[in-house]
Design a protein around this ligand. Structure first.
Ligand SMILES: [Zn+2]
Length: 306
C-alpha cells in the first residue's frame, strides 16, 4: 500500500491574469502545492496531473450552448459578469483542467480510498450559467462520471464551504444517485438559496463547538440514510473567522478538527473520499495557505497516523 496521499494538481490553476483589485486568490493553488511539498504533507511522486476535460463530459451535465459559448468566448456580457472573471484563453484552459482534476481525484479515491485535489468545489455553477467564480460544476461532473463508469452507485457531495452549493443543489435534483448536502452560512452568498437534498443553514458568527457538533451529527446520519459508496468533500476554508467573504467564526483548529472528523468518519465506514479544497479568501497569502493546509495535515493524521 502506498504511504503517501495521492493528489491532483496542474500548474494552470494559478495561471490566470486578473485585474489587480480582483479578489479571486489566484496564487493560492501554487502556494499550497509548494507548501505541501516543502513540509512533506504531499510528495511529488504521488502527484497526478489532469488533462483538459473533454467537451462531451461537459455537455453531459451542462447546457451544450452554454458550454460552447464559454469555450469560444461568446457568452454575453451579463453571463460573463455573473461568473465574475473576464474571459480569456487562460481562463478556459484553467477551467478545463480544474474540472477534470476533480474527476481524476474521485477516480484516485475510488482506487486508493482517499485523494485530494488542490483546487475544485465550483458549486455555484448551474446547468446553463455560471456564477461566483464557478463555471462548470466539477462536483456533479465527477459524481456522474463515477456513476457512469460503474465506480459508484451512490455519491454523496458533502459541501462544507461557507457558501451554499446552490448550483450543486439544482443539478443534483436531476440525478437520484447523487445526494447533495450543504452546510453553510445563512447570511452569505447566494442570497437566494436553492434546495439541496440536505441543507444546514447556520447563522453568522457560528463558532467551533456548534459547527463541529453539526458535522459530527450529520455525516454519520447521511451515511446511514443513503449508504453512499463515494463521498466528494468540499473542504472550503472560507468558514475561517478572518476570511474576507465568509461570516463564520471558525479557528484554524476548528478547520483541522472538521477535516479530521470528515476524513475519519469516511474511513471508519470504508467509504472512499475525494476532497477538494474549495473556497478561501484573504489578501494574506501565507495565512490562506496555512488554512488550506489543515486539510492535508488532517489527511496525513488519519491516513498515515502521523
Ligand atoms: Zn465559498
Amino acid at each position: 500500500m502506498s504511504t503517501a496521499i495521492p493528489f491532483v494538481y496542474h500548474a494552470s490553476y494559478s495561471q490566470l491574469a486578473l485585474p489587480r483589485t480582483h479578489r479571486f486568490p489566484t496564487t493560492k493553488y501554487q502556494l499550497l502545492y509548494q507548501h505541501a511539498i516543502a513540509h512533506q504533507l504531499l510528495f511529488e511522486p504521488s502527484r497526478h496531473i489532469p488533462s483538459a476535460i473533454n467537451i462531451e463530459a461537459l455537455h453531459d451535465v451542462h447546457c451544450p450552448e452554454y458550454v460552447n459559448q464559454f469555450i469560444s468566448g461568446t457568452l454575453d456580457h451579463k453571463a460573463q459578469r455573473r461568473i465574475g472573471f473576464p474571459w480569456s484563453k487562460q481562463l478556459v484552459n484553467r477551467t478545463l483542467h480544474a474540472v477534470n482534476g476533480t474527476v481524476l481525484c474521485t477516480q484516485l479515491a475510488l482506487a486508493q480510498g482517499f485523494a485530494v485535489h488542490l483546487t475544485g468545489g465550483y458549486h455555484h455553477a448551474h446547468y446553463d450559467f455560471g456564477s461566483g467564480f464557478c463555471i462548470f460544476n466539477d462536483l456533479i461532473i465527477a459524481a456522474k462520471t463515477a456513476i457512469n463508469s460503474g465506480g459508484a452507485d451512490k455519491v454523496l457531495i458533502f459541501d462544507c464551504d461557507v457558501h451554499q452549493g446552490d448550483g450543486t443543489a439544482t443539478l443534483a435534483q436531476q440525478y437520484p444517485d447523487i445526494v447533495s448536502c450543504s452546510i453553510h452560512c445563512a447570511q452569505n452568498f447566494p442570497s437566494r438559496k436553492q434546495h439541496s437534498d440536505h441543507d444546514i443553514d447556520l447563522n453568522k458568527g457560528c463558532s467551533d463547538p456548534e459547527y463541529l457538533e453539526h458535522i459530527q451529527q450529520i455525516l454519520p446520519y447521511l451515511i446511514r440514510l443513503h449508504q453512499p459508496d463515494l463521498i466528494i468533500y468540499d473542504a472550503g476554508v472560507d468558514i475561517h473567522q478572518d476570511d474576507d467573504l465568509g461570516y463564520f467564526n471558525i479557528s484554524n483548529q476548528g478547520i483541522l478538527a472538521r477535516d479530521t472528523q470528515v476524513i475519519s468518519i469516511a474511513k471508519s465506514h470504508n467509504i472512499p473520499l475525494a476532497a477538494v479544497i474549495g473556497g478561501g479568501y484573504s489578501r494574506n497569502e501565507a495565512e490562506l495557505t496555512h488554512r488550506h493546509s489543515q486539510l492535508l495535515i488532517a489527511a496525513n493524521k488519519v491516513w498515515l497516523y502521523k
